[in-house]
Ligand binder design. Sequence first.
Ligand SMILES: N[C@@H](CCC(=O)N[C@@H](CS)C(=O)NCC(=O)O)C(=O)O
Length: 222
Amino acid sequence: MSSTKPELVSFKLCPFVQRSVIVLKEKGVDYDITYINLKEPPPWFKEISPLGKVPLLKVGETVLFESAVIMEYLDEVNPPSLHPTDPLQKAQNRAWNEFASTLLESQFKMVIGAKDEEGCNAAEQELKSKLALLEPMIQGSFFNGEDFSLTDAAYAPFFMRLNLLEQWHPMGLITDLPKVSAWSTNLLERATVKDSVVEGFDELYRGFIGGMGGFGAKRFGQ
Ligand SMILES: N[C@@H](CCC(=O)N[C@@H](CS)C(=O)NCC(=O)O)C(=O)O
């Protein structure tokens, strides 16, 4: 296990940060977390974040950015690995982790970015098409079968948000995808996933959507 206590720089609602939190909790790693307001980031954040984005992981004097890289680092220094051992399967998982990021982008577009109903519906259809591609990939309770992997950590934040959005405005985006539906349920029941967000997350997320002024505010916000 790594000896330096890592510090995660976070925004309370960021799904990309949440991935790192899940991995830290899966590994039982002691860590610090610092929350910033992304609308008014502190000067020290601007100095150390090359892209002005969270997550950052500070390890001693070194600052890591990009959630996929941070997950990989945390996995490597805190064995046993959450990756499958077979190199081809590992590479395939990494590819699907990237795909998870595009799902998050489409979700963001649907909820925050779309300015009108047309844009919101288009993002919803984009999500539906992408989700269908996942159905044949799911191997069991989790992405690779019965063992929780980094890929499960990469997707859990997306499904946590989708579950809430479906409660606020039913779309049935995974209703016809039995494997994806079961996977989502299993992810959301996992303790490390449940514990990976701040208290009051649901209402915080809804209030954030409501305050962002996109069409999603009407559809999903308060
Ligand atoms: N590709 C990045 C995406 C991170 C990202 O988009 N973070 C958002 C918050 S969820 C952010 O910091 N946005 C601030 C901005 O774009 O100005 C990753 O995987 O870490």
